[in-house]
Design a protein around this ligand. Structure first.
Ligand code: ADP
Ligand code: MG
Length: 230
């Protein structure tokens, strides 16, 4: 089970002579099975934090430990392995491939990895069942609603049975009713599996609907966290 500890994380972007401090002195622990939402205005550093914790980006300063091991020493391969095997990702824009059926989108990474078609297809169909798309398994994305496309992306994020699911504005393209449902579904599926869920959303009402530990960011810093880091 994955324990993530961020200590004094800082991320600075340089644009010519200008420095943009996207994240500043952020510390938090993400415990196994925990459900955390991160809210805050646009530009407050939410995506930056998700990218750092998910090993998509590197901090300018500070440390990120996974299960007590400092990730600064991880090779690119090790980081990629984490992103593919131990983490799942859901993004606002779904990122489904247009020419592929729902089940093929769900199974693609595993199939490209050389895993057998039959077992991966069975697993993809079971996950589509879990997200309520039993009847849509063979449809390409353009035949699915936004909410349905995000359900496919959620099924895909769970394909490798990840220990942590990271979702960046997963409901950003959906209406309010769909948003609440999608977040509840993400929580249900990760909780059933004992997995952690880390969700970024700029809509506090959506975050509050789901019963998470709600962290809020402001200007790259933690403004509020009900579970202060020891
Ligand atoms: P949020 O997800 O909360 O909207 P971000 O984490 O995307 O915020 O961005 C935080 C700040 O960092 C913003 O001011 C943004 O413009 C800046 N930023 C993010 N990525 C880059 C980048 N690649 N280059 C320069 N500035 C960036
Ligand atoms: Mg963002």
């Amino acid at each position: 089970m994955t324990n993530i500890r961020a200590t004094n994380l800082r991320r600075v972007h340089r644009r010519g002579a200008t420095e943009i401090v996207a994240l500043d002195d952020v510390s938090l622990d993400l415990h196994p099975g925990e459900f955390v939402t991160v809210t805050g205005p646009s530009g407050s550093g939410k995506s930056t934090l998700l990218h750092l914790l998910g090993l998509i980006d590197n901090p300018t300063a500070g440390t990120l430990c996974i299960d007590g091991v400092d990730t600064a020493g991880f090779s690119d391969n090790r980081r990629a392995e984490f992103r593919r095997r131990r983490f799942g990702f859901v993004f606002q824009s779904f990122l489904l491939l247009p020419g592929l059926a729902a089940w093929e989108n769900v199974a693609l990474a595993e199939l490209l990895d050389g895993k057998p078609l039959r077992t991966q297809r069975t697993r993809a169909l079971a996950l589509l069942d879990d997200v309520g798309l039993t009847d849509r398994w063979d449809h390409p994305p353009h035949e699915l609603s936004g909410g349905e496309q995000q359900r496919v992306a959620i099924a895909r994020s769970l394909m490798a049975d990840p220990e942590v699911v990271f979702a960046d504005e997963p409901t950003g393209a959906l209406d309010q009713a769909n948003s609440v449902n999608i977040l509840a579904l993400l929580r249900q599926l990760t909780a059933e599996r004992g997995r952690s869920l880390f969700v970024v959303t700029h809509e506090p009402a959506i975050a509050a609907s789901a019963g998470a530990r709600m962290i809020s960011l402001r200007d790259g810093q933690i403004a509020d966290d009900p579970v202060p880091t020891s």
